[in-house]
Design a protein around this ligand. Sequence first.
Ligand SMILES: *Cc1c(COP(=O)(O)O)cnc(C)c1O
Length: 394
Amino acid sequence: MPERPDIDTILTSPSERTAGEGLPINPPVVRASTVAFPSLRAHRDAVRDRFDVFYYGRMGTPTTFALEDLVARLEGGGRTVAIASGLGAITTAILSVVATGDQILVTDNVYAPVRACCERFLKLLGIDVVYFDPMAGDILPLVGDRTRAVFLEAPGSLTFEVPDVPALCRQAREAGLTTLMDNTWATPYFFRPREHGVDVSIIAGTKYIVGHSDAMLGLVTVDDSRFQRLNEVANFLGNPPGPDDCALALRGLRTLGVRLRRHEESALKVATWLASRPEVRKVLYPPLPESPGHEHWRRDFDGASGLFSVVLEPAPEAAVEAFADNLRHFRIGASWGGYESLVTRPRPEKSRSATSWDASAPMLRFHIGLENPDDLIADLEDGLLRYNQTRDTA
Ligand SMILES: *Cc1c(COP(=O)(O)O)cnc(C)c1O
């Protein structure tokens, strides 16, 4: 049996469906609603095989399929369905495994829009949601007759706890539950969820996969036994990504490895510097030993991306604003995973119920982009000076 190529080699491998002599390296962008068939019979056959052939734009075009094939290879096998956004991918994945009357267990550190989806959408559909502490280690006491699934975000993209994913998956399997995981932070480059027991692997492709802050995308990968149901639910919800966005994601993927290695190197440098500062109480970044679940990260992940949070020593909000508002190289805005550095002010205390969060110490979340990290550190040093000055005069 041929050995599986290294992930850097997979990232740059040609698309099997479009590669060949006399053809461009990259699959063409195929824009389509209608696909024309030579006969009624051929059209009927295509309807039957719609999960595998180019049949109608809503089910994907050859550009979509080239992206899905490459992501499935990165995920270590199975099949991938592309959706128009990361949140759309999460909703689609959840609705492919639970129905009215069922219960789903959701990690308490889940990203706020997913919690809003649980509270204001799933619950209206009659799907019960129970939150659990990602670091508790034992979810079996929460499992009831109607529990069907467990949703993880590892690490949490605000507070960065890394749970023991293989142990949670073993418990879930024992209880007959399906496990879903949001793997946006690590991407399959640094963590392949299904190799650790996860059934449904989800990525907000908007972040590192696209990598340039210019397209929205979600990706869900499952084994063959779950693929048909997933694809069917995706089709009913009807929000496929456009072919141009799939082409942007394919282009982004080719450099995912080099970008992530650079994000990791720079983020580690900046995070370590921040951790040494007296204004900083704690840096929440899985590679740092004091970060919650560091030992799980070290055991299970191949690396770290460029996103982390910093808990500052208590100060008036004006000091936090003086720090963050005037940075030269960090823009303020949602999302992350592009080439640029970003800062936001998360409030985890507002989206927790199974665990609590001390809101007295302000938190900032940084995305470390591809700039020279020394420039970023100099910028943050000036920011902390403003933080101290504002704190002392307040
Ligand atoms: C951004 C994000 C999403 C949602 O992705 P969109 O493409 O913005 O819908 C989901 N999960 C995590 C962890 C994210 O950071």
